[in-house]
Design a protein around this ligand. Structure first.
Ligand SMILES: Nc1nc2c(ncn2[C@@H]2O[C@H](COP(=O)(O)OP(=O)(O)OP(=O)(O)O)[C@@H](O)[C@H]2O)c(=O)[nH]1
Ligand SMILES: [Mg+2]
Length: 279
């Protein structure tokens, strides 16, 4: 399916030599101004309703642009969970506004880069889709490292997949510094449940989320319910975290074209090569 054309905000910047260079446009429906709300106050990572004041001030302060604040920051999101829970569909609904009824197992890993403008600054999420099938775990787990966000997904119509989220999270955290990761517990396919069954499952999920210290979301990639809201929340929390870490001077987050997170093209090729070797 072809990606729908989105209206875009164009920006241009003056280089030191005075030559205008154009920054690729961010789609208007990826602009986040207000701090996005959580899904359920009983299981959320941040209760506050507005940006952190320090981060807000830093974003507003245009003079900081001279210190590299105009560069795009990027956070890595890793999506894990049992096979068939709907990880690929979730990412495709958000990034491509598409939904496929047929199941096509992810082989190893894949990723998408989604660009945002948050509080006036550019920001990107590198969203890694991993395979739930056991035989591809060796490939997928090699890509868990360096995640700022871990999304553990389960199928709301298959309750055993909720139990398995503990194990998925443990494995993803083994490759990361637990204190530097934000964790989300996402219940997919809520369209398949009656209102009563949905409520029961959400109550169970909130308990697990509290245990995992995760923020809980209930959504459907088929209807699109809460998908955009969820990713906006992920982007906003990751962005704020990146800004605050930068202000503290600790672990400056990766920027596009620099450091550990490589460019889209390079990583796609690397992923393809890795898949061939392992399979
Ligand atoms: N009704 C409904 N079906 C969904 C939803 N999301 C995914 N599915 C279906 O569930 C099946 C599995 O979806 P995938 O996204 O491929 O699952 P996955 O978690 O990526 O699976 P692996 O790649 O094997 O780990 C497909 O047939 C989808 O159409 C949803 O929100 N509602
Ligand atoms: Mg998949």
């Amino acid at each position: 399916m072809q990606k729908a054309q989105r209206p875009a905000t164009h920006r241009s910047k003056q280089s030191p030599a005075g030559v205008m260079r154009f920054v690729a446009p961010v789609s208007r429906d990826r602009v986040i101004r207000d701090f996005p709300k959580c899904y359920d106050l009983q299981a959320c990572l941040q209760m506050k309703t507005d940006w952190n004041t320090q981060a807000k001030k830093a974003c507003r302060d245009r003079t900081t642009a001279h210190q590299g604040w105009d560069r795009t920051r990027m956070s890595k999101v890793v999506v894990v969970g049992d096979l068939n829970v709907g990880k690929t569909c979730l990412i495709n609904r958000f990034c491509k506004d598409a939904f496929d009824r047929d199941y096509k197992a992810t082989i190893g890993v894949d990723f998408e880069v989604e660009r945002f403008e948050i509080a006036g600054l550019p920001f990107s999420l590198q969203i890694w889709d991993t395979a739930g099938q056991e035989k591809f775990k060796c490939i997928a787990s090699a890509y868990y490292r360096g995640a700022q966000v871990i999304v553990t997904a389960f199928d709301m119509s298959d309750i055993k997949t909720l139990d398995h989220t503990r194990q998925w999270l443990t494995e993803a955290l083994k490759e990361n510094e637990p204190s530097s990761c934000s964790v989300f517990l996402v219940g997919t396919k809520n369209d398949l449940l009656s209102p009563e069954a949905r409520l029961r499952t959400e109550i169970d999920a909130v308990k697990v989320a509290l245990e995992l210290q995760a923020e809980f979301w209930s959504l459907s990639s088929k209807t699109g319910e809460n998908v955009k809201e969820f990713f906006f929340r992920v982007a906003a929390l990751a962005f704020e975290d990146a800004i605050l870490k930068e202000l503290e001077g600790a672990n400056p987050p990766s920027r596009i074209g620099e450091g550990s997170i490589l460019s889209d093209t390079v990583d796609k090729a690397e992923v393809q090569g890795m898949k061939k070797t392992c399979c």
